[in-house]
Design a protein around this ligand. Structure first.
Ligand SMILES: NC(=O)c1ccc[n+]([C@@H]2O[C@H](COP(=O)([O-])OP(=O)(O)OC[C@H]3O[C@@H](n4cnc5c(N)ncnc54)[C@H](O)[C@@H]3O)[C@@H](O)[C@H]2O)c1
Length: 441
């Protein structure tokens, strides 16, 4: 015997979830303010146009596992778990319109007041991180007179279906994310998803809320990127299809997790100059490519965040570990670490720099010319001796992954503040220092 579920909102997400949960053997009651949608489900017809939905709704209507109503209270009283799948559209200026969710939260809360057994409320609508716990929970609590966690369970379970293949995506999702205040209360949701393929992540509610936005923002960036580079290729007389096909075949650097971890700005002798050359050429061709145009300003802004993080400490003596753009190289050309040192010196900070791989004596050619132009007195602040660089510092900026944990532990003092730009693995982080923080992790 399956669970008893109520689903608020019979739009794309709600009606597909309702039909699919019913097909998995659960008893489902859909709730919508639109009587026409309710009548369609009650008549065995899909309220949305979507592949496989007509058959699924008809089948589950016949088995009597799928019903619909406009009566929110009855639906909550008849079920153990309520999914909230109402719309969260944009208001005129872009702010998220939560009015439908707020209304449903009030209705579910009022119904909970009349309910004896424990209920699970699951948000499935896309909401900004923090909304479930700071906006929805208080409304549910006020209307029900109960406490989230203590008296009813509150969870967030984002949906990753795509219209057009929504049923297939629901039954075979990339993963299932269960966000809860207390994982021990996830029993009913684990039961619901126990046969679902893919990995199940149990996490906090804000993480679950944010993953959904990351996914959609990334998809949007990918589409815009593909369209911009395709446009540029076409205008350069290069076959966009041939280029894309080869590009996509690289699953090590291109279509992979590479370059997707929050850390420090990019730099080095290739990325900045090549993005610059592309965008310059696009301008010559009178092409507007706003996404590519925004890449270098976005990178510069990230270096500014590091400057601001140092400023917030209120300290003046800085040790920066790492000068080259990447550990294990002495390439200083367009290194964001060099830019950061330059900015800090310009702001009047006393800066000392340590880099195991950079020795001025060995630098040659364009590499040497670059550093001498950007920081002419680099020789007086750069050292290969970690201890002497850390000795007088109040703030230590970790800008390289090459500093060893033992070395850092040996020389760091408890009052020193550490700003880790490169997001060292937890087991590689030093344990000394009074504060340890990153700028985007
Ligand atoms: N459409 C998608 O592919 C998709 C995928 C993943 C997540 N989402 C998210 O899921 C949510 C729902 O999206 P959708 O496309 O299914 O929305 P939708 O607009 O298709 O459907 C929303 C439904 O909620 C109903 N409704 C409004 N107020 C109600 C109330 N008080 N009680 C009961 N029903 C009410 C509406 O009548 C409508 O039928 C959104 O937050 C969306 O961002 C959508």
């Amino acid at each position: 015997m399956g669970l008893s579920i109520s689903i608020f909102g019979l739009g794309y997400v709600g009606s597909v979830s309702a039909a699919c949960f019913a097909s998995m053997g659960h008893r489902v009651i859909g709730v919508d303010v639109n009587p026409a949608k309710v009548a369609m489900v009650e008549g065995g017809r899909s309220p949305i146009i979507e592949a496989r939905m007509n058959e699924l709704v008809a089948e589950e209507h016949t088995t009597c596992r799928l019903h619909a109503t406009t009566d929110a209270t009855a639906a909550v009283l008849e079920s153990d778990v309520s999914f909230v799948c109402v719309g969260t559209p944009s208001l005129r200026q872009g702010k998220q319109d939560l009015s439908h969710i707020l209304k449903v939260a009030e209705e579910i809360g009022a119904a909970l007041k009349k309910k004896k057994s424990r209920h699970t409320v699951v948000l499935r609508s896309t909401v900004l991180p923090g909304t479930t716990e700071t906006v929805i929970a208080p409304i549910l609590e006020k209307a029900s007179g109960q406490r989230a966690g203590a008296d009813f369970t509150l969870a967030y379970n984002p949906e990753f279906m795509r219209e057009g293949s929504a049923v297939a995506d629901f039954l075979e999702p990339p993963y299932t994310i269960l966000g809860a205040q207390d994982a021990s209360q996830l029993g009913p949701l684990r039961e619901l998803y126990k046969g679902t393929p893919g990995r199940v992540f149990e996490t906090t509610i804000p993480v679950a809320e944010m993953v959904k936005y990351l996914s959609n923002a990334f998809h949007a960036v990918k589409v815009s990127f593909a369209n911009e580079v395709g446009t540029l290729a076409k205008h350069l007389g290069v076959d966009p299809q041939a280029v894309t096909e080869i590009f996509l075949s690289d699953t090590r650097q291109n279509i992979s997790s590479a370059y997707l971890s929050p850390g420090f700005a990019f730099g080095g002798s290739c990325l900045p100059k090549d993005v610059r050359a592309l965008t310059y050429r696009a301008k010559e061709l009178d092409l507007k490519l706003p996404l590519l145009d925004s890449v270098l300003p976005s990178n510069a802004e990230h270096i500014e965040r590091a400057v601001e993080a140092v400023m917030r400490t209120g300290k003046r003596k800085i040790a920066q570990l790492g000068l080259s753009f990447k550990a294990g190289t002495d390439d200083l050309r367009e290194s964001p670490q060099v830019q950061l040192v330059k900015r800090l010196l310009g702001e009047g900070y006393e800066v000392k720099v340590w880099d195991r791989d950079v020795s001025l004596g060995r630098l040659a050619g364009s590499n040497r010319q670059y550093i001498e132009e950007v920081i002419p007195h680099i020789g007086s602040i750069l050292s290969g001796d970690l201890e002497s660089v850390l000795r007088g510092a109040e703030v230590v900026i970790v800008g390289t992954k090459s500093a060893g944990r033992d070395d850092l532990n040996r020389h760091l003092r408890p009052e020193q503040i550490v700003i880790d730009l490169v997001h060292l693995d937890r087991e590689r982080r030093p344990t000394g220092g009074s504060a340890y923080e990153g700028i985007c992790w």
